[in-house]
Design a protein around this ligand. Structure first.
Ligand SMILES: [Zn+2]
Length: 291
């Protein structure tokens, strides 16, 4: 892998710069949320993004973390994963320091560690650091396209407001089409044998991807009925006092059950946070046959 190094952005800055940044993503509450490496803003500290290729062996993560901490870097967040070959892996981290370091020094310290295959180091640019890792892959190797929830929700709102009920239908159909393609792929990955046994568990993927927190699932396969309850749906987060408005998510979940049962499924949203309910409730039924 090609090595990259940059020391731009840090030279000459005082470590006593006052904290004027509105955000400091290295300070986050410790709970069950996940972080996708994107952009960091400094509070007067020097910021670094470090990516290290590794042999896959026990203890190597501790080794590289020790190198980084010995350099005086405070690790804010890190990720590691094993490559598909099972023999190599990668560790990345965001780190901060009050001291002035160079990328070359960090690189050289890491490259001396046995088991390290390559090192890439990025420093902040005037207090802003963007993680350049590309592409973003899920753990099953699928490429992800990351989008923040509010703009995505606003985009869907625009369709609904511009096209009215036609927009709602369009969003539902788009969600369903996406849901079917997505779940066909996921079912193929996990295997048809477990799909029916673990259908409710697979729906946890909506929480995993940040679409909303899955609260409960009730499935009656014999009658082809299901009820899925989601809190914190991204689609109605900015709406209140109106009507049910999770058209895209409703369609996506319908796509799940249509793929699962291989019959036409329709979904209704019977409660929605967008109209003041505490959660969004999606009820699946078999689509009536055309007359
Ligand atoms: Zn809703």
């Amino acid at each position: 892998m090609a090595q990259r190094a940059s020391s731009q952005g840090s030279a000459g800055r005082s470590s006593n710069v006052p904290d004027t940044s509105p955000t400091n993503r290295l300070v986050v509450p410790v709970d069950r949320h996940k972080e996708l490496p994107t952009i960091l803003c400094s509070r007067g500290l020097h910021l670094w993004w470090i990516s290290v290729g590794l042999e896959n062996r026990i203890g190597i993560l501790a080794d590289v973390a020790r190198v980084v901490s010995d350099l005086g870097l405070n690790i804010g967040s890190s990720q590691s994963w094993v490559a598909a070959d099972g023999r190599t892996g990668r560790w990345t981290c965001f780190a901060e320091t009050r001291e002035t370091l160079t990328a070359a020094r960090i690189e050289s310290a890491l490259q001396r560690r046995p088991g390290v295959t390559d090192v890439a180091v990025e420093s902040d640019h005037h207090g802003v650091l963007i993680a350049k890792g590309y592409p973003i892959l899920s753990t099953i190797g699928s490429r992800l396209v990351a989008i923040t929830a509010s703009p995505f929700s606003a985009m869907l709102d625009e369709v609904r407001m511009t096209l009215g009920s036609g927009g709602a239908v369009l969003l539902y159909q788009q969600g369903k089409a996406l849901g079917k393609v997505t779940w066909e792929g996921n079912f193929s990955t996990v295997g048809e044998a477990v799909v029916h046994e673990e259908a409710a568990y697979l729906l946890e993927l909506y929480s995993t991807l940040g679409w909303g927190q899955l609260e409960s699932v009730t499935i009656d396969e014999a009658s082809k009925r299901a009820v899925v309850v989601v809190s914190d749906s991204f689609e109605c987060a900015s709406t209140s006092g109106g009507s049910s408005c999770c058209y895209f998510l409703r369609g996506h979940i319908a796509g799940f059950f249509e793929t699962l049962w291989k019959v036409p499924i329709q979904a209704a949203e019977t409660t929605c946070r967008g109209k003041g309910d505490p959660v969004c409730t999606f009820e699946m039924t078999r689509e009536a046959a055309p007359p």
